[in-house]
Design a protein around this ligand. Structure first.
Ligand code: SF4
Length: 382
């Protein structure tokens, strides 16, 4: 699980192909005379921890870290007041999609920190919230990330399968890290993969995904899913003026391979320019988008205009939130935030993203300015 190598004057330990622990090589050689490497990897203050894919600093969120799993949009658990819980075990992505709503991937201009959540901690917190929600919960693993980069995914899914309130476990993925072996391993512990395939043409796919995209591998992976017990939803993002001609081809492909055993086979997504995301020139109106989907529904005889009901999603009481907009707190900054100018503070068992120039370890007074869906943003207060 650990490989080691040296690069650019640094000694690197790569754990589970995602967590890079780096030391200055000459310092490491001195320290290694006194301490075992396992000790240095776990406890040395001189190490740097990076996300292997993005090369950004990586925060390991464990129970001991004191970082709660509620309150942040990028990691932990999000409850939007339904029977679906979004679970985000890792940040960082191996693609650089030109439409990415969260500006992810190695070419991100805004993200400066990544997070990974300890699987036992994630399960412990998830169990509590599922118990509150009651029977019929869908655990949906997604993120500002490619979730399949999470190196503890199988272990985590096995734990989720034992939570009695959970009836569906699904995952949003770009599909690039799925193989036949993964499909075999996940049978029985994962109910559905939502795979975003937005082009069937290699050159266009490279352009859309902002990297050399393994199209053949992804197509083989989705066929393997379709032939397994795991359900498959193909979820292209429709980018007007870029992949219009691909959409009908993707519909035909999804129907041909037998996507959608219980769920709809396709979940075509409208490109929406988000604040902080990557922007494209052409944006379709919702009206036009749904009109065109309805036309294609008739043409292909398949449901394309979807609603939460198609996935059994219903309203449920929200997990109680101990903080609200307007509240003012004083707290210590416990780590860097996800983007430039953001820091993480903890109050009343919740993570709050604070916009401040203060450093990690310093105290800061802040006012909650946004509390949507239990995700908290605060401005520094005087
Ligand atoms: S796969 Fe998803 S998270 Fe990754 S760059 Fe593309 S849109 Fe962003």
């Amino acid at each position: 699980m650990i490989t080691e190598y040296e690069v650019n004057g640094e000694k690197v330990f790569l754990i589970r192909r995602i967590i890079e622990v780096r030391f200055d090589k000459s310092r490491y050689e001195k320290l290694a005379k006194k301490y075992p490497k396992e000790y240095l990897i776990s406890f040395s203050e001189e190490k740097k921890v990076l996300h292997h894919t993005t090369k950004r600093p990586l925060v390991y969120v464990s129970k001991e870290s004191g970082i709660p799993l509620l309150g942040h949009a990028a990691f932990g658990i999000i409850d939007r007041g339904t029977n679906l819980l979004q679970v985000r075990p890792i940040t960082g992505c191996n693609l650089n999609c030109i439409f990415c709503s969260v500006d992810e991937g190695r070419s991100s201009k805004t993200k400066k920190t990544d997070f990974i959540v300890d699987p036992d901690y994630l399960l412990e917190e998830l169990r509590k919230i599922c118990e509150f929600k009651g029977r019929g919960v869908e655990v949906h693993i997604d993120g500002q990330a490619e979730p399949m980069l999470y190196p503890y995914m199988k272990q985590f899914l096995e734990g989720v399968a034992e939570i009695k309130e959970v009836s569906v476990v699904s995952m949003q993925t770009n599909g690039t890290l799925i193989s036949e072996k993964v499909v075999e391993e996940f049978e029985g512990i994962l109910d559905r993969f939502n795979v975003s395939i937005s082009a069937l043409d290699q050159e266009l796919a490279n352009k859309i995904y902002g990297t050399k995209y393994p199209l053949k591998k992804v197509l083989e992976a989705v066929e393997a899913i379709a032939n397994s017990k795991i359900d498959l939803l193909i979820a292209p993002v429709w980018l007007p003026g870029i992949n219009d001609e691909e959409i009908p081809k993707i519909i035909e492909f999804a129907l041909e391979i037998g996507a959608g055993k219980k769920c709809p086979p396709l979940g075509i997504q409208k490109y929406i320019p988000y604040k902080g995301g990557r922007k494209l020139k052409n944006v379709m109106s919702f009206r036009e988008f749904y009109e065109r989907l309805r036309k294609m529904e008739e043409e292909y005889g398949v449901k394309l205009v979807l609603s939460p009901k198609d996935f059994g999603i219903e309203k449920r009481a929200r997990y109680p939130s101990p903080i609200k907009r307007g509240d003012v707190f004083r707290g210590r900054i416990i780590c860097e935030g996800r983007s430039e100018g953001e820091k993480i503070a903890v109050v009343r068992g919740r993570v709050v993203t604070v916009l401040t120039n203060k450093n990690v370890g310093e105290a800061v007074k802040f006012k909650i300015v946004r509390d949507k869906d239990g995700i908290f943003l605060a401005d520094e207060a005087s």
